[in-house]
Design a protein around this ligand. Sequence first.
Ligand code: FE2
Length: 273
Amino acid sequence: MERCPRPKLPAGWYQVCVGKALKKGASRRVDYLGRGFTLSRSDNGVVSIAEVTSSGRRLIPPEHVHEANGIIFLYFDLAGREPTWRVPVIPEYGQKGWSGWINFHWIVKTHIQELMENAVDKGHFPTVHKYFKAPNVNTFTWNGPTFNFNMDAPHKVFGSVQNNNLDLTAFALSLVMVKVTTRTLTLRVCDTVTPIDDDYVQLNTSVIFKKRNPLYDAAIRIALPFEVKRYITSDHPILEAKGYYDRPVLCAEDGPIMKLRSWAQQFYPPTEA
Ligand SMILES: [Fe+2]
């Protein structure tokens, strides 16, 4: 079956490095978007990015580089359009009472759009993520480069069944901020997707949790990585095997896949959308 035939690099802010991995005065090479880049942090902490080309280095305009919430992003659009949005600040990040980032990275053979289709696919939550039923969608709104999806579903969290409220806001196809609220756990999650080349994408998940007391915090610090890995990697074999139907036969439980596809068009080069 054919994989998603859309262009591989829709416009968006792409995570290229976790901020703490680039120390003051240091440089490092990364390979994303079918290109090589050099990231540098000056002695006063400012990040700059240059694309490494066959004829030398091309400095990325500073307005296309943004460090937000301790993560470094590069704006990229093959069609040369300027960004109309910035990576939003997560108010809880860096605040007293919240943990620091716990970062995860995976490399998966899929198309960036498939991740967003997965996020709104209501029907897969019970089957793939072991929710007790399909989530109840409270709100679903679309506005320019963002959409917001708020849903409730009973889910097992650290061994006990609890309502799980997920509030998910997407910014183009490359960035999703999620607020997770359960009785025992409050999280802020930054999920990003950065294509590496024509076949592979890097998935990045960064999580902070709301602290309660030293014993609770120590337990969460140990348990959370297992829970996050189990949850997120459940999708990976499906993403790698999935085919793409232009006009799929859908039922109500599949979620608004076609609406998502028409929203996604704005990020592709106009001639190819
Ligand atoms: Fe999923």
